[in-house]
Ligand binder design. Structure first.
Ligand code: ZN
Length: 312
């Protein structure tokens, strides 16, 4: 059976102070905070979701902001670099904007594309790439208008502990197509027009350590609950141990660790972030799933307050 994921659903990273996180991703990068909720496995801490106007699959960057987290180390067994795609012709705007906020930018290129590389305040490695495909975000915030706004993920660079095994998984199990090699990188493509490129570094990288400034996991898309159960047996038949379905309120999730030590998730596209809030006011209130609602007062007391604010 050939199954193909459409591409990346979301990427989740560990960072530090919540206000610093929100200031960078909303204030500087102009993404929309589409949901403020808690880490369902650790309800005393936030889980933030950023994306386009509704947080469409392929645009969702999520964070566990742990104010006292130890700094991690980026290395094998992780996503090393997260790429965001911006409209063609918007690089001058972004170079100027990042400079304005004292973000150090370097330039690189691979597979014939130019990249702007930089770090977030907690050391997460990010890059921007200009591409034509992918609809423009309808969200604008401060000076980041829809014309230049991040459209979603360009993709991710995987740092696998065993690149040959990870390549086999991506091609044979996840259904991505290998489209080329460039120096120390190999590139795979999924079917969506956003969040569809996975690069993998072929050269060895020292082992990563989880902590602030590192990606926790990468999630790929399943069409719905039924498709996700198909994915579960499909991935199990390739020899991986897959978790039972975990309800994440805005999608359902299954997880498995691949042979390159990277934590993979497969998440359903529905129901999405308008499940419990109207699109107009997404991300403005702390949303809790029913099973945590009785503890709201207690939970709100331990969370650090923060504001989504324009920094222009
Ligand atoms: Zn996830």
């Amino acid at each position: 059976m050939i199954k193909r994921t459409e591409g990346i659903h979301h990427i989740t990273a560990i960072v530090g102070n919540p206000q610093e996180n929100v200031d960078f991703y909303a204030g500087v990068l102009g993404l929309r905070l589409v949901k403020r909720t808690i880490n369902f496995d650790d309800p005393g801490t936030y889980h933030f979701y950023f994306g386009d106007e509704v947080g469409n699959p392929g645009t969702i960057m999520t964070f566990f902001p742990w104010p006292n987290a130890y700094k991690g180390r980026i290395g094998s067994g992780q996503v090393g670099v997260t790429s965001f795609v911006v409209p063609t012709g918007s690089f001058p705007f972004w170079e100027e904007r990042l400079k304005k906020f004292n973000v150090e930018v370097t330039k690189s290129s691979r597979f014939g594309e130019d990249y702007l590389n930089f770090e977030d305040p907690h050391g997460l490695q990010l890059e921007l790439v200009e591409r034509e495909p992918g609809k423009k975000s309808e969200w604008s915030f401060g000076e980041v208008t829809s014309e230049v706004a991040i459209k979603g993920f360009g993709g991710a660079t995987l740092l696998s502990a065993r690149p040959a095994y990870t390549a086999k998984l991506l091609e044979e199990t996840m259904g991505l197509e290998k489209i080329g090699e460039d120096g120390e990188y190999v590139r795979f493509q999924a079917t969506a027009d956003i969040g569809n490129i996975i690069d993998m570094k072929l050269s060895p990288v020292p082992k990563g350590m989880m902590g602030a400034g590192t990606v926790h996991h990468i999630a790929y898309r399943a069409k719905n609950d039924e498709d996700q159960l198909d994915w579960k047996s499909h991935v199990e038949s390739a020899g991986f141990g897959v978790t039972p379905v975990q309800p994440r309120q805005y999608f359902n999730a299954i997880y498995f660790r691949e042979y390159g030590d990277i934590l993979f998730e497969i998440a359903t596209d529905p129901p999405g972030f308008t499940l419990d809030e109207p699109q107009d006011s997404l991300g403005e209130k702390l949303m809790l799933p029913d099973w945590y609602e009785p503890q709201r007062d207690k939970i709100e007391k331990v969370l650090l307050p923060f504001k989504v604010r324009e920094l222009d």
